[in-house]
Ligand binder design. Structure first.
Ligand code: ADP
Ligand code: NA
Length: 332
């Protein structure tokens, strides 16, 4: 009943990481094609749930857009835009704030992690974040949302909101969206303590590979990445209980478009002195052309702004009829 449609987004809350690339952007590029309509968004309204310096937010918005374009998001084949330019997102989010329950939000692990022991001091927006994300997705009746593992719970909450709306208003209006979480790098871990995910807002720059890092920096970061002392196992089962080793093997697999088993077959029993430089070389080979193109694109901000404005126009055309119908269903 619903047109197969993909929606996904990235926060402009800092520089893009290898986690954003492998867990999200690289897969978004692959989903462009006859099977889906694809809609990709720089979600700046999500970014300001924690403090953002205005000038940095503006620069990061363009950098994230440039990262998507440089990676192969084609603004002809996909709708690419900036969330705050399409006010329908905020309007639908308010409706969903009145559908979602406090208890649902309280159970979100990302909220618990970010709020820590100091929930009282967090913005109301950070708490309501998943309801805005549900609006992002359902405003386009998106059927598929390709994300990393960290966003799975939020997509599940989106399904709950759609189901409750449909149930409360006795309609079959919003689709029950599928999270698409597949491939070897759905949870890229940070390089210094293998227990946390690689994040653009992480504490130390040495923990993450930025998409714009130069070759030397990438080599140095992988070189210093924490690992155990054992060589690579012969089979994937041997990665059990070795999170740092697993992480590096999965990063290699995702960059090379092969499976972790194939990586281990390519480096039978290799030590880190062999594997880390090979991994760095592969990462540089894949990222260097993208970061070169990002530099070229960000040197002409007016062109990025023009592309985003055109994308926003197309997004509004898709969004307005769905918002109108929603308001009508609610009795407005
Ligand atoms: P970040 O956590 O780096 O600020 P976002 O919240 O903007 O990233 O997420 C953008 C997309 O990148 C989401 O689909 C998210 O699942 C994905 N993503 C972010 N970090 C990782 C990671 N370490 N591994 C895999 N995917 C990730
Ligand atoms: Na995230």
């Amino acid at each position: 009943r619903f047109t197969p449609r993909v929606f996904s987004g990235i926060k402009p809350s800092g520089g893009l990481t290898l986690g954003n690339y492998l867990g999200a952007i690289k897969r978004w590029v692959d989903m462009q094609g006859p099977e889906f309509e694809t809609i990709y968004c720089v979600v700046d309204l999500h970014a300001i749930t924690v403090w953002q310096d205005p000038a940095e937010l503006r620069a990061a918005t363009r950098e994230v857009a440039a990262g998507m374009l440089a990676s192969g998001i084609d603004p002809e084949r996909s709708v690419l835009f900036n969330q705050s330019q399409v006010s329908q997102h905020s309007e639908l989010a308010w409706i969903f704030n009145c559908v979602a329950r406090m208890g649902w939000m309280n159970r979100m692990t990302q909220w618990k992690e970010k709020a820590g022991k100091n929930a009282e001091a967090q913005s109301l927006g950070l708490f309501a974040y998943p309801s805005l994300m549900a609006a992002d997705i359902l405003l386009y009746h998106a059927t598929h949302v390709p994300v990393g593992e960290d966003q799975k719970q939020h997509v599940e909450l989106t399904r709950d909101i759609a189901a409750k709306f449909n149930h409360d208003y006795k309609v079959d209006f919003f689709p029950i969206t599928e999270p698409v979480i597949e491939g070897p790098a759905m949870r890229v871990m940070n390089l210094r303590d293998g227990t946390r995910k690689m994040s653009k807002s992480g504490e130390s720059d040495m923990e993450r590979i930025n998409m714009t890092d130069d070759a030397d920096t990438i080599a140095r970061k992988f070189q210093k990445a924490r690992t155990d002392a054992s060589p690579l196992p012969e089979i994937v089962d041997g990665l059990e209980g070795r999170p740092e080793a697993r992480n590096l093997v999965e990063i290699y697999a995702s960059l090379a478009d092969i499976t972790p088993a194939e990586v281990l077959a390519r480096f039978p029993g290799a030590g880190w002195g062999t594997f880390k430089p090979a991994l760095a070389e592969l990462a540089v080979e894949k990222l260097a052309p993208i970061s070169r193109e990002m530099k070229r694109l960000t040197s002409d901000p007016a062109e990025i702004d023009r592309l985003l404005a055109r994308g926003a126009e197309r997004a509004r055309e898709l969004a307005q009829p769905i918002l109108d119908r929603t308001l009508d269903i609610v009795g407005m």
